[in-house]
Design a protein around this ligand. Structure first.
Ligand code: NAP
Ligand code: MG
Length: 498
């Protein structure tokens, strides 16, 4: 492993970023940028250095009340409600175009705020966010009901109508992309929105608010209220005038959202954690499987809900595969996300650094062995070396809990039924991978895995048209695709006596 923990100070950043970061970022409520009612702000850190790079207004329940009221007005009475689907579609396309024009600015903010390599933000986060908005913009004009033959002299049909005010709470691992996954279908369906970015990464959502204001969405359609989960987030989840809450984050907080939503029985969709199995059979193209398994866990520093964090390798190739992944890990460049050659940036926060290194240590304490990595890199910033762990047992914490870092636990298996049982032995069910040249084995394993996405001879392939979401405790509902759109509409049956 090579490390260059060289840092770019804010003074060396492009003019846009210096200007953007200088003034405290305000809440975006009812089409205006405003201070928090409390007047409070909170600091945003650069995870590569631990330094404060900006201050952001700290929304709490009082600000959420204002944002929900604005969203309600925009939904019930504003021009948004009367706007034709094609006008709505056009605004979403314009938002996507502006985002694409500002690709470099968004990518820079994402790298600074989250720590991820700028190279990833440029080719993944921002283009995928743009693509998601365009995909959903296309749906705005294609939300259809059915005509339904029923007995008697009746004309019966369904209408799909927007659910209303959507509260959206998003995490820090792909801040802009998660915002796009959420706002795209809500806007296409005609909902209005109160979006709360994660406290760790609010910056790209604030730039998103700026360009939404430029595009000219009617006031109150999109409100962005950064703040803490326990205050602003909880206020959204419990709010009696929010019709639907969409959440991405940890399974523990997902359960709190469900409880809070019970007050007014708001609709809930959840995209939660994972402990995704990645299964390599001895008959796979081994070179590709090795590279794919490394990508599955180390992409975005393992801060991916779909990360292939449990690796199952057929026994005859176990040592070869795990050694090769460990060697790849040792060769990865760990450093500041802004450094062009960085492959592994810092984790998002000191809290996440402690969590991930704590998990590695717990594995070692329980008798597992590291083939690469094993802990923190340097003493500044939140860097963790890409880590491969073997000699694991099914009941170890590192095999059961989501680590959300560049840490893979690998174990050998002997046959297909055995590995399916082990792969499904988890409370999660978000994603899975399988590597084999045997077509029937591939399809059988894909069918046997209890997970919302299965990748065969590939990993982490996402598209706006593909549904994404979890079985079991990995979530409720689906993101992206027409499935996501359905989560933002109600179906109304209309029966007319002829
Ligand atoms: P988290 O607490 O679940 O945060 C996700 C979002 O929920 C953030 O916007 C957070 O706000 C908000 N939130 C927190 N408590 C809330 C509450 N009581 N009511 C409403 N909203 C609330 O996740 P985390 O603490 O940042 O990360 C912990 C672990 O969660 C990670 O190690 C990882 O295992 C998992 N995680 C999963 C995903 C995923 O994509 N599935 C994403 C992130 C994290 P604040 O950030 O402002 O507190
Ligand atoms: Mg949190």
């Amino acid at each position: 492993m090579t490390t260059t923990l060289t840092q770019t100070s804010t003074a060396q950043l492009p003019a846009f970023a210096q200007k953007f970061l200088k003034e405290p970022k305000k809440l975006f409520i009812d089409g205006k940028f405003v201070d928090a009612k409390s007047g409070k702000t909170f600091p945003v850190f650069n995870p590569a250095t631990g330094e404060t790079i900006a201050y952001v207004a700290e929304g709490d329940s009082a600000d959420i009340d204002l944002a929900v009221a604005a969203a309600r007005r925009a939904f019930e009475r504003g021009s948004w409600r009367k706007m034709s689907p094609s006008q709505r579609s056009r605004l979403i396309y314009q938002l996507a175009d502006k985002m694409e024009e500002r690709l470099e600015d968004f990518a820079l903010l994402e790298s600074l705020d989250n720590g991820k390599p700028l190279s990833i933000a440029r080719v993944a986060d921002v283009p995928l966010a743009v693509d998601n908005l365009r995909y959903m913009a296309g749906w705005a004009t294609k939300i259809l009901g059915d005509t339904i033959p029923i007995p008697g002299d009746f004309h019966a049909y369904t209408r799909r109508e927007p659910i209303g005010v959507a509260g959206q709470i998003i995490p820090w691992n792909f801040p802009l992309l998660m915002a796009a996954w959420k706002i795209g279908p809500a806007l296409a369906a005609g909902c209005t929105i109160v979006l709360k970015p994660a406290e760790q990464t609010p910056l790209s959502a604030m730039l998103l608010a700026e360009i939404a204001a430029e595009v000219g969405f009617p006031e109150g359609v999109l409100n962005v209220v950064p703040g803490y989960g326990e205050t602003a987030g909880a206020a959204i989840a419990a709010h009696p005038d929010v019709d639907k809450v969409a959440f991405t984050g940890s399974t523990d907080v997902g359960k709190l959202i469900v409880k809070a939503a019970a007050g007014n029985l708001k609709k809930v969709t959840l995209e939660l954690g994972g402990k995704s199995p990645n299964i390599i059979f001895a008959d796979a193209n081994i070179e590709e499987a090795i590279a794919g398994a490394a990508f599955a866990i180390f992409f975005n520093m393992g801060e991916c809900c779909s990360a292939g964090s449990r690796l199952f390798v057929e026994r005859p190739v176990f040592d070869q595969v795990t050694q090769a992944i460990a060697n790849a890990a040792k060769g990865m460049k760990v450093g500041s996300g802004l450094d062009q050659s960085t492959e592994i940036g810092p984790l998002v926060s000191d809290e996440q650094l402690d969590r991930v290194t704590g998990y590695i240590q717990s594995g070692i304490d329980e008798g597992a062995r590291t083939l690469s990595g094993g802990g923190r890199v340097g003493d500044r910033g939140y860097f963790v070396a890409p880590t491969v762990i073997v000699d694991v047992k099914p009941n170890m914490k590192i095999m059961r809990e989501e680590i959300f870092g560049p840490v893979v636990a690998a174990t050998p298996f002997d046959d297909m039924n055995e590995v399916l049982e082990q792969a499904n032995d988890t409370v999660f069910g978000l994603a899975a991978g399988v590597w084999t040249k045997d077509v029937s084995k591939a399809h059988n394993v894909a069918a046997g895995l209890r997970a919302g996405s299965v990748w065969v001879n590939c990993y982490n392939v996402f598209d706006a048209a593909l549904p994404f979401g979890g079985y079991k405790q990995s979530g409720w509902g689906r993101e992206m695709s027409h499935n996501a759109l359905e989560c933002y509409t109600e179906t109304k049956s209309v029966v007319v006596k002829l």
